[in-house]
Design a binder for this molecule. Structure first.
Ligand code: F6P
Length: 526
């Protein structure tokens, strides 16, 4: 890992700055319409098939020379060296001295004759846990007395499983209702409990650390409610109706949950969907479906590890992100899934990218002189078109778009899917082409970039590949920026302050508080 160099200290960075800003044809003046007119092969050159995912990058503000320079940048930063270090199980999460091995969650067993790997011992544990968890999922699926499954978790212990359960609703077992409770706001849990029958409910308490306030508060309230409903404290019933998904099995046991599925500190919360945290999904789609998702993700891992840089999709997307953030100065990316089952896709990506790369210091703790993670946001299409797309087409800021569309619909309502796909294509086209000949209010400048990701079908395998693609793309931009994408110290301060204020809400003590917080506290106590 000694070969890592922060992007702004590489020769390629200066070359990219020159390429962007000067010369007869600076890249800052790049025009998509001219680029397509000048190069009939542009679509072929800037699109590619990766496992399960076709990506059209041709409507982005790049061309072959720009991509080549970005790949040189990646080489000089040591992106592939860091990638290889991650896949070798080295502790690349340097602020916590941990390896980063979520890829192991989808790694198949060692084939006969295959050389030993540094993480073979961990892989054995992964497979043992996976087998136990999938057997449990099948048992729950077969148990007709359980009608409702409630996942209690937040952040990575909620967003991934919730997004995936919705995305793969087409594959869901009809006899189970899946619910997700994340917020400490009691309205969420109370509203759900009112609709549940304790004797028919399974609670999954999902928390990597088993210390997160929101999850612990909800789990405690759920347990109290369950015991009150059944009129007894019954450890045997708790064992049947509560399971914990956590790296902290001891804390789960202490809490009173004896049915546990573990994982490891080398799986980051936002990278944990394919660990025991995926249990709600396994219950919903079954063991075979879950394994298909793992296989799709593994195929993308292999692509990331072996495809040459110029045909390596996570590499190309991560470098495109750097190009937009640090050269064009774009501060956000809008995510537009044209499939309503992917409605939580933007929220899932927000945590993945913004918690990973929302950092202002490099791996050594030095302040960065350039921007890092953009703001990610979005809504499913076509809904977004009737809300904020106006700003995207005619507003003063350029926001790169990322469409996700699925060729084959999972329903048979005539006409709908063609309309949906037509809208996705039309929006991407409108962003690019604009309407330059119209004046005044009807003028669209165009030249607004977009990436178009296309799946043949939304299946466990294609979702797995799409997930791994995003994980690795975030890895690439983080590696170029020289940051540790695998810690999240920025979430700690608020947690500490909330504990202090919670105590003050009980006592009314405002001593030492800033005037605004003290004023609000006084109003809440009045
Ligand atoms: O507060 C942020 C965070 O630590 C996320 O990184 C994590 O996914 C989430 O909280 C939940 O943590 P846990 O799974 O340990 O409850």
């Amino acid at each position: 890992m000694s070969r890592l160099t922060r992007c702004d200290r590489t020769p390629a960075w200066a070359q990219l700055q020159a390429h962007f800003g000067s010369g007869a044809q600076p890249a800052r003046a790049f025009d998509l319409r001219q680029a397509f007119a000048a190069d009939p092969a542009r679509f072929e050159a800037l699109s590619q098939q990766a496992p399960h995912v076709f990506a059209d990058l041709s409507k982005n503000l790049i061309d072959a020379p720009t991509e080549a320079l970005l790949q040189t940048l990646a080489r000089q930063c040591g992106v592939t060296a860091l990638r290889d270090a991650m896949f070798a199980g080295l502790p690349i999460n340097n602020t916590e001295q941990r390896p980063v091995m979520h890829f192991l969650l989808r790694q198949p067993p060692r084939a006969a004759g295959e050389a030993a790997r540094p993480w073979d011992a961990e892989l054995t544990q992964v497979h043992a846990t996976l087998q136990a968890m999938l057997a449990y999922a099948e048992q729950v699926r077969a148990d007709e007395s359980i009608t409702d499954v409630v996942n209690i978790g937040i952040g990575g212990s909620d967003l991934g499983p919730q997004m995936a359960v919705q995305a793969l609703a087409e594959f869901a077992i009809p006899a189970k209702r899946l619910h997700f409770v994340s917020n400490v706001d009691g309205h969420e849990l109370a509203g759900l409990l009112a609709r549940l029958d304790a004797g028919k409910t399974l609670f999954l308490v999902a928390s990597k650390t088993f210390t997160t306030t929101e999850t612990m508060s909800n789990a405690l309230s759920a347990k109290r409610w369950f015991e009150a409903q059944l009129g007894v404290e019954a450890p045997a019933l708790i064992a049947r109706h509560f399971a914990a998904l956590t790296t902290n099995v001891a804390a789960a046991r202490e809490f009173g949950i004896s049915t546990t599925f573990g994982f490891w500190d080398w799986v980051g919360g936002r990278y944990s969907l394919m660990s025991a945290i995926g249990l709600p999904l396994a219950i919903s789609i079954g063991a075979a479906g879950f394994k298909d998702m793992l296989a799709g993700a593994h195929a993308m891992d292999q692509h990331f590890c072996s495809a040459p840089a110029e045909r390596n999709l996570p590499m190309r997307l991560g470098l495109l992100d750097v190009w937009y953030r640090n050269f064009h100065g774009f501060t956000s990316r809008s995510i537009a899934p044209y499939h309503s089952a992917l409605r939580r896709w933007p929220a899932y990506l927000q945590q993945l990218e913004m918690e990973s790369n929302g950092k202002r210091v490099d791996r050594e703790g030095q302040a960065l002189p350039f921007g890092t993670a953009p703001v990610l946001w979005g809504e499913p299409g076509t809904n977004g078109q009737h809300a904020y797309f106006q700003m995207l087409h005619q507003g003063t800021d350029v926001v790169p778009m990322e469409f996700v569309a699925v060729k084959k619909a999972a329903h048979h309502l005539p006409g709908h899917h063609d309309k949906l796909l037509a809208n996705a294509l039309a929006q991407a086209q409108a962003f690019m082409l604009g309407q330059a000949d119209a004046g005044g209010h009807k003028h669209f400048a165009g030249n607004r970039p977009s990436t178009f990701l296309l799946l043949d079908e939304l299946t466990p395998a294609s979702l797995g590949a799409l997930l791994a693609l995003q994980e690795h793309r975030v890895f690439v931009s983080g590696a170029v920026w020289g940051i540790n994408s695998f810690d999240q110290w920025g979430v700690e301060l608020g947690k500490v302050l909330a504990k202090d204020i919670e105590a003050r809400l009980r006592t009314g003590d405002a001593l030492g508080l800033d005037a605004s917080t003290a004023g609000l506290l006084a109003r809440l106590k009045a």
